[in-house]
Write a protein that binds this ligand. Structure first.
Ligand code: F0G
Length: 359
């Protein structure tokens, strides 16, 4: 079949699609679940850690899973244009899938707070890129207002088709492991993804495709942690610009996921995020953007004992742990460059290179 790839094809029977739904796909999903021997060793006590590497989606983040659904349904409903607020990845995905669907795309971004790779994507995919003098929460507020009066489809995760598409990541994990994991760790920003994963796990559990459901453990950046502090953050700040959000749209759903799964919500500092980002690249060869490294930083934090702020349930012996890393490291080249050492200048001459190698 022509349409045998992408989450709408692979998980069709679990998604709200019909014969009338167009197939707007870029072969997203089916990302690798990579076993991490070094993280498993660090956790110890017979635990195994797996990385769900969502940076390998077509636009480099997990947003593609939701966007294939959102754009397909928007076209089915006759939309001629879509709009979203974004910290960068949603806008990249919306722009790409809108291009594929041949409809217009408008993205509202917080000025100066978008990683360069994401901005480049929105431009290349042909979106109208608007930078507002406000943060993500302000942008989302504007998008909601525009959606009320204009014939433009909103493709933020307040669009229910987004979470439907994103829940397929849980299906894939169950498919690979043969069951759900015991603990699932992921970064939390607008809180759609943790809600979508939980939907997916519950659905497959109810269908008898998994014998258990994982504890959902979310991590927010310390300067942008409204769920953790149970209070809107007016001026969120973090180096992980993807999750620089002070008033998440899916707050209630995420809280339910955390409570119902026996999970937790906690914070990691920018320093912990950057150190985990470097650790994962240098030890496992997996380069992710800062926000994604919040799950690895969270896993490390949960191993410290005692941790006054970390309510993550102590990881039981022999647990299977999945950490979702949500976006590719190349999305944010500037942050990576700031962490790089300096290059070693050398003459183009074998002797000198060998001396450098030995030294
Ligand atoms: N990781 C990355 C790389 C993200 O881009 C986002 C969200 C998250 C984690 C958090 O996921 O919002 O579902 O809790 N990025 C959105 C955007 C807000 O506009 O790209 P969430």
């Amino acid at each position: 079949p022509l349409h045998d790839r992408g989450v709408m094809a692979r998980w069709r029977e679990y998604l709200p699609v019909t014969e009338a739904t167009p197939f707007i796909s870029l072969n997203e999903g089916s990302t690798p679940l990579i076993h991490s021997p070094k993280l498993s060793e660090r956790v110890g006590r017979g635990c195994e850690v797996y990385i769900k590497y969502e940076g390998l989606n077509p636009t480099g983040s997990f947003k593609d899973r939701g966007m294939t659904m959102a754009l397909s349904k928007a076209v089915e409903d006759g939309a001629k244009a879509v709009i979203c607020a974004s910290t960068g990845n949603t806008s990249a995905a919306a722009a790409a899938y809108a291009a594929r669907a041949s409809i217009a795309c408008i993205v509202l971004l917080p000025a100066g707070k978008i990683a360069f790779g994401k901005l480049a994507q929105a431009f290349m995919y042909g979106a109208k890129v608007v930078a507002i003098d406000g943060n993500f929460d302000d942008a989302l507020h504007l998008v909601r207002e525009i959606g009320e009066t204009e014939p433009i489809a909103i493709v933020n995760s307040i669009n229910p088709y987004r979470l439907q598409g994103q829940k397929t990541a849980s299906f894939e994990i169950i498919d690979v492991l043969g069951d759900a994991p015991d603990v699932h760790i992921l970064p939390v920003g607008n809180a759609g993804n943790i809600s979508a994963y939980w939907m997916g796990y519950q659905e497959f559990h109810q269908l008898g495709k998994a014998t258990k459901q994982p504890r959902m453990c979310g991590f927010q950046a310390a300067g942008s942690a409204p769920i953790f502090y149970n209070k809107v953050v007016e001026k969120p700040e973090t180096v992980a610009t993807a999750i620089r959000i002070g008033n998440p749209a899916s707050w209630k759903l995420a809280s339910a996921a955390i409570t119902d799964s026996g999970g937790s919500i906690d914070i990691v500092t920018d320093a912990e995020i950057l150190s985990a980002q470097q650790w994962l690249a240098a030890h496992e060869g997996i380069f992710v953007e800062p926000a994604s490294a919040a799950s690895i930083a969270g896993l490390f934090k949960s191993l410290e004992n005692p941790i006054p702020t970390c309510p993550i349930p102590r990881i039981a012996e022999g647990s299977k742990i999945v950490c979702t890393v949500t976006g590719h490291g190349l999305k944010d080249p500037d942050i990576a460059r700031e962490q790089c050492g300096s290059v070693i200048p050398a003459k183009a001459e074998k002797g000198e290179i060998l001396r450098l190698i030995a030294g």
